[in-house]
Ligand binder design. Structure first.
Ligand code: C2E
Ligand code: MG
Ligand code: MG
Length: 586
C-alpha cells in the first residue's frame, strides 16, 4: 500500500465489524450521557432518540455490512457524523454535548482505518467542522473547550493512521509492494468465508517465472529484482480491482480472482502472460469447488502449476477439479497392482537408418477415465510422494523387458529412461537403480538417463551431484526437451551430459522456417564441438527428417519412425526394419 492508499486491513468484513462496534458503543455512551444529565427529561429526549438510532444502525451494519460495496461505508461514516453533530446541537447541557462530541474520535478512527488518506482527511475535516460548529451552536460550550476536543481527535487520527500503516506493511513484500504470503493467506481466508456465504466463484492461480534463476545468475540480482518489480507492476495494472496479486516468495506469484470462474481465470492469466512474452511464465489455475478448504484449493493450483512445468514451461494449466485428488488413490492402487505399464519408442541412427535405442515412457489407463496423460499422472505422483515407486516400476519393467528381448534376438539397444526432478534429489535414487540393474541383468552402460534441464535447475546442486554419481555408475545423461523456453547454453557445459535431445516444439518448425533450419545447424554444430550426441524428438514428417539429415543431426525419434508402443510391437517393427533397411529416405 502506498501511504496514501486504502489500508490493507480495510476488507468489508473488518470494516463491518469495526463500524458496527463503534455505532454500538457510541449509542451506548450517548445513552449513558443522557441518563447522567440533570436536565429535564423532555430536553434529554432528542439525544436519547439519536442514541437509540445509533444502536439500531450498529445492528444493521453488523447484519448486512459485509455485503455492502465500499462507497456504502463512506455513507455510513458520513451519516454517523451527522448523528453525532445533531446530538451535540440538541444536547440539553454542556457535559452531554461534550460527551457526545467526543464520539467524533470514533469517526476519525473509522476514517483512518477504512479510507485512502485524502478521503479520510475529508471525513475528519467534515466531522471537526461539524463538531466545533455544533458545540458553539449548543450555546453552553466555550471555544477553547471545542478546540481541545478537536486537538484530541486530530492527535488520535495521526496515531491511528500510523499504526494502520505499520500493520499493513507487515503484509507487504518490500520489493514489489505486493501483498506477501501472509497477506495472501489472510485474503484467501477472507474470500473463502465470502464464497461460503455467497456461493460466488473464486479462482486461485500460482504463477512462476521460468528460468528466473538464470536471469539472477547471468545478469545479477539487480536485474532479477527489476524483472520482479516490472511484472508486479504490469500485472497489477491489468488485473481487475477485486483481484489479489501477491508475491509468494522467490519468483512465484499467487493470484486470487473472486467472482471469476476457472476458464475465465485461465484466459485472464494467459492475457497477462502475453504482456511479457520475453519473460516466460508457467501457471496453474484452480477454481474453488464446493466444500473445498483453502489449503486444498491451493494444493490444486500447485498441482496444475507442476503439470504446466512438466509439460514444458511457459504453459498455463487449469487444475482438474477435485478429481485429481481421486487420482492419487487410483494411482496408488495402480502402482500396487502393477497397472502402470511401459511403452517403448524407437530411436533411429539417421546415418544407418537402424533402430539403435528406445525411450521408455510410462503409461496408465484409468479404469473409468481411460488413458491418462503422463504429464498429469506424473505430476500427481510427484506431488504425493509416489514418484519413487512409479519411477522404479517403469525402470524395472523396461530393463526386464529389454533384457529378455536381447536374450531372444541378440539386439543391442540403448534404453532411455526419464527421471523427474524429485527422484533425482532423492539420495536413495542411485542405489535403487543399481539394485534394478543387478536384479534384471540390464547394465548401466546401456542406459541413458533423460533429465530436463529445467528440473535440474530447479532441484539445485543436489541434483547435479546425483548426476555425477550416476555417470560414475556408467549411465549416460541426456538433456531432454532442449530448446523449450529458455535453454541456457552454459548449462550444456556444466551438466555431465553426453546427449542433447532437441524438443519436438523446436523440430516442428525446422522444415518450414529457414531461420529455424539455420539455428538447428548451429545447435548441432555446437553440440558436436562439445562432444554431445544430438537426438531430434518429435520427428513427424519426411521434410523434417530431410532437414535433420542435412543439418548433420545423428539421431531421430518421432511418430515418423515409430510411435511409443508395447515391446511386442517394437520387436515386430525391428524385424520389419531389418528386412528393408533404407526405407525411410525415399
Ligand atoms: P519426453 O521425455 O520428452 O517424451 C517424449 C514425448 O513426446 C512422449 O510423450 C512421446 O509420446 C511424445 N512423442 C514422441 N514422438 C512424437 C512425435 O512425433 N510427435 C509428437 N507430438 N509427440 C511425440 P508422453 O509419452 O506423453 O510423455 C510426456 C512426458 O512425460 C515425457 O516427455 C517425460 O518427460 C514424461 N514421462 C513419461 N514417462 C515418464 C517416466 O517414466 N518417468 C518420468 N519421470 N517422466 C516420464
Ligand atoms: Mg524423455
Ligand atoms: Mg523430450
Amino acid at each position: 500500500m502506498k501511504w496514501s492508499g486504502v489500508p490493507e486491513v480495510a476488507t468489508p468484513r473488518v470494516m463491518t465489524q469495526a463500524l458496527a462496534t463503534l455505532y454500538l458503543f457510541g449509542g451506548s455512551a450517548s445513552l449513558l450521557a443522557v441518563l447522567g444529565s440533570s436536565a429535564a427529561w423532555s430536553d434529554r429526549a432528542p439525544v436519547a432518540g439519536l442514541a437509540i438510532s445509533a444502536l439500531t444502525a450498529g445492528a444493521v451494519v453488523f447484519r448486512f455490512g459485509a455485503r455492502w460495496p465500499r462507497p456504502a461505508f463512506h455513507l455510513a461514516v458520513a451519516q454517523a457524523t451527522v448523528v453525532v453533530v445533531a446530538g451535540v446541537v440538541l444536547a440539553a447541557d454542556a457535559p452531554t454535548a461534550v460527551a457526545v462530541g467526543a464520539l467524533t474520535s470514533f469517526l476519525a478512527i473509522a476514517a483512518c482505518f477504512f479510507f485512502s488518506l485524502p478521503l479520510a482527511v475529508l471525513h475528519i475535516a467534515f466531522a471537526l467542522i461539524g463538531l466545533t460548529g455544533g458545540l458553539l451552536a449548543q450555546g453552553d460550550v466555550a471555544l477553547p473547550t471545542a478546540l481541545s476536543l478537536d486537538a484530541m481527535v486530530i492527535g488520535l487520527s495521526v496515531v491511528t493512521r500510523g499504526l494502520v500503516l505499520r500493520a499493513s506493511s507487515a503484509n507487504r513484500d518490500p520489493l514489489t509492494r505486493l501483498t506477501n504470503r501472509r497477506g495472501f493467506d489472510q485474503a484467501l481466508h477472507e474470500l473463502m468465508r465470502t464464497v461460503a456465504r455467497t456461493g460466488e466463484p473464486l479462482s486461485a492461480a500460482l504463477l512462476d517465472l521460468d528460468h528466473f534463476k538464470a536471469i539472477n545468475d547471468t545478469q545479477g540480482h539487480a536485474a532479477g529484482d527489476r524483472v520482479l518489480r516490472q511484472v508486479a507492476k504490469v500485472w497489477g495494472r491489468a488485473l481487475p480491482t477485486t483481484a489479489v496479486l501477491a508475491r509468494h516468495g522467490g519468483d512465484e506469484f499467487a493470484l486470487l480472482l473472486p467472482g471469476v470462474p476457472g476458464p475465465a481465470a485461465l484466459e485472464l492469466v494467459r492475457s497477462i502472460r502475453a504482456m511479457h512474452p520475453e519473460i516466460g511464465m508457467s501457471c496453474g489455475v484452480a477454481e474453488h469447488q464446493p466444500g473445498e478448504s483453502a489449503a486444498q484449493l491451493m494444493r490444486r493450483s500447485d498441482l496444475a502449476l507442476y503439470t504446466a512445468k512438466a509439460a514444458g514451461r511457459g504453459r498455463v494449466e487449469l487444475g482438474a477439479g477435485p478429481r485429481s485428488s481421486d487420482l492419487v488413490a487410483d494411482l496408488t492402487a495402480a502402482l500396487d497392482a502393477g497397472d502402470v505399464t511401459v511403452h517403448f519408442q524407437p530411436m533411429l541412427d539417421l546415418s544407418t537408418d537402424e533402430v539403435v535405442g528406445v525411450e521408455a515412457l510410462a503409461r496408465w489407463t484409468h479404469p473409468e477415465r481411460g488413458p491418462v496423460s503422463p504429464a498429469e499422472f506424473i505430476a500427481v505422483a510427484e506431488q504425493h510422494g509416489l514418484m519413487g515407486r512409479l519411477g522404479e516400476q517403469v525402470v524395472r519393467s523396461a530393463c526386464t523387458q529389454l533384457a529378455a528381448l536381447r536374450a531372444e534376438t541378440g539386439r543391442q539397444l540403448r534404453l532411455g529412461v526419464n527421471v523427474s526432478g524429485r527422484e533425482l534429489s532423492d539420495p536413495a535414487y542411485c542405489d535403487r537403480l543399481r539394485r534394478v540393474f543387478a536384479e534384471t541383468g540390464w547394465s548401466a552402460s546401456e542406459t541413458v538417463l533423460e533429465v530436463t534441464e529445467t528440473l535440474v535447475e530447479a532441484e539445485s546442486s543436489a541434483a547435479v551431484a546425483a548426476l555425477h554419481q550416476l555417470r560414475a555408475l556408467g549411465l549416460r545423461i541426456a538433456i531432454d526437451d532442449f530448446g523449450t523456453g529458455y535453454s541456457s547454453l552454459s548449462r550444456l557445459d556444466t551438466l555431465p551430459a553426453a546427449i542433447l535431445k532437441l524438443d519436438s516444439s523446436f523440430i516442428a518448425t525446422v522444415a518450414t522456417s529457414p531461420r529455424r533450419a539455420t539455428l538447428l545447424r548451429s545447435i548441432v554444430g555446437m553440440a558436436h564441438v562439445l562432444g554431445l550426441d544430438v537426438v531430434a524428438e518429435g520427428v513427424e514428417t519426411p521434410a523434417q527428417d530431410a532437414e535433420l539429415r542435412a543439418a548433420g543431426c545423428r539421431f531421430g525419434q518421432g511418430y515418423l519412425y515409430g510411435r511409443p508402443a508395447p515391446l511386442a510391437d517394437l520387436a515386430a517393427l525391428l524385424e520389419r526394419r531389418t528386412e528393408r533397411t533404407p526405407a525411410l529416405r525415399g
